[in-house]
Design a protein around this ligand. Sequence first.
Ligand code: SF4
Length: 407
Amino acid sequence: MGDESDRPGSRETFTKAPAVTFDPDAARPDPIRAHFPGEEPPEGLRAGDLGPAGESEPNIRRALLDEPYDDPLAPSSVRCVACAHRCVLRPGRIGICGVRQNRGGWLYTLVYGQVVASKVEPIEKKPFYHFLPGSTAFSVATAGCNFHCAFCQNWAISQAHREGVVPESRQVAPEQVVEEAVAAGARSVAYTYVEPTVFIEFAFDSMVRAQAAGLRNVFVTNGYETPEAIELVAPYLDAANVDLKAANDHFYRRVCGARWEPVREAVLEMRRRGIWLELTTLLIPGLNDNARELRAMAEWIATAVGPETPWHLTRFQPAYRLSELRETPAATLVKAAAIGREVGLRHVYVGNAPEVEAATTSCARCGERLIARADYAVTEWRLVAGRCPRCKHALTGVGLEDSPLVC
Ligand code: SF4
């Protein structure tokens, strides 16, 4: 996801953060647990069968979003319902994402608070163009991912389990995420770089605390969340940028090891719940740049998600298992953007391609220029109380009332 400079290689060092007040009883509703393990282990198991989840391994915690799975051949199997793979795990087995394991009949996350990347960056880099423009987000990630995209730029952390890589990490409490975000002046916390669903316990605990501290929460996601996972995070999730990798199952199965339909459903479910959505498509030469398929995707966005939904088209840079491919030609990006506009999308952006970059927001009704950007920064702000200065049409988005530019 994102361009070359999105790689989370360098972690920032933060000065001592101010204390953040958090009342755990104040804002936290009952968490959604498909299966809420009791204090005692299931019948037939010994206490010693339960995996460690103590101070010695603070990254290992009981997982949310699991349910018992009745398999006569493999007692104590569980099903993880965090993402649409819905992995059935026999005791000892680890899910497709590489970071969730059945230990003695219980599902555990193996990466709670085990942060492999954290960084403050413009929200425009995620990319969000209609959500708190001009602000910064504090990005965090653990290892693991439920997709194995052959073009992943963050493969060293997302595919660490497949590639035998052990990423450098630090153990971080959810409170610390919030403290670091506040100290850095961020207005939001972004769960990003890998699919946040795979570290949903840590994300959820951080989101609750971030919201209590006045921060917003955003996901940069592949959209493979189950309805259960969306229900869990929805009260705290303000916005999501969903990668639409293609509009067909063939691409998802062949290149990402996933399916298209659950992504479509997750996008619609988030929309129904009022979570602000922006969509991103990385155009890969010969794989998902077919004009007919792009038109189908754009038409689906325009009709099912809404014509004023921002659609970000970004340039592929050779990476990981697709290192032999060429980068996306400028003409392909221009053509895809034209298709998006032809089918009625009002906010089509082109990124990661300076020669054809389209990063200006125009009025959906009259075309007046509203927000200009350069290098992920807002350079011009013409909105008046969130509206076009010419025709008064309200720009869709969040946090558009006040200019981020200092006069
Ligand atoms: S989050 Fe991981 S373990 Fe759970 S269903 Fe998805 S891939 Fe499987």
